[in-house]
Design a protein around this ligand. Sequence first.
Ligand SMILES: [Zn+2]
Length: 251
Amino acid sequence: MKTPTVTQVADNTYLASGTAVNWTLITDGDAVTLIDAGFPADLPAVEESLRMIGHRIEQVAAILITHCHVDHIGSIPGLLRRADIPVHVAPPEVGFAHGDYREQAGPLDVIPNLWRPGFLTWTIRIALAGAMKHVRVPTATPFPRDGALDLPGKPVPVPTPGHTSGHCCYYLPDVGVLATGDTLVTGHPTSQTSGPQLLMPMFSHDHPATVAALDTLEPLAADTLLPGHGIPHRGDIRTAVSQARERLATH
Ligand SMILES: [Zn+2]
């Protein structure tokens, strides 16, 4: 197992990185909220990330999903075999979680791009991490209430449809942190730049909607951005969004 990188970004708030994908851990006493869970092969790394912050799987109060791509939900079935953990997802994403449909780039999308810098190495790496698996989370349910959730960090779901139809970011107002999933990232093995940016359109179910979803993030009072891919970003979200828009305009 590759040891995950775990970075504390605020009080009780950590970003962990596995196979070129991140997950977020938020603690409150013994309890933990886990946002996303890496590829299937990241299961030991997710467990290790919990250990590194002094916690165990049994202490995970809930898993929140930003979206149901295999690099974000891959280890959840393995985690659920070890502990009975509630899993929540935005209402429009429930069908994807249950395996009723998929909105994910597949080999036919990736193969024409293999000539691009970084693509081939990344494709092999994620294939080995279980990228071809059709992971389902049959027990995933919509959020149990509107607004802030009664979980460590009191995360507030921020629906951002686009990357998938039910993509959702999570805002932690107490610490000014925004977990942006794949709506706004800061890097990716297939990207030649670092800093706030959007993933390539081929990765999104609806790229124009992903661009429009930036409008939803812009007014939030966050100064730390925890992306699904890339390193944590410090700086107000408004500036990060305009940097991402500038990159779009120049590509
Ligand atoms: Zn992703």
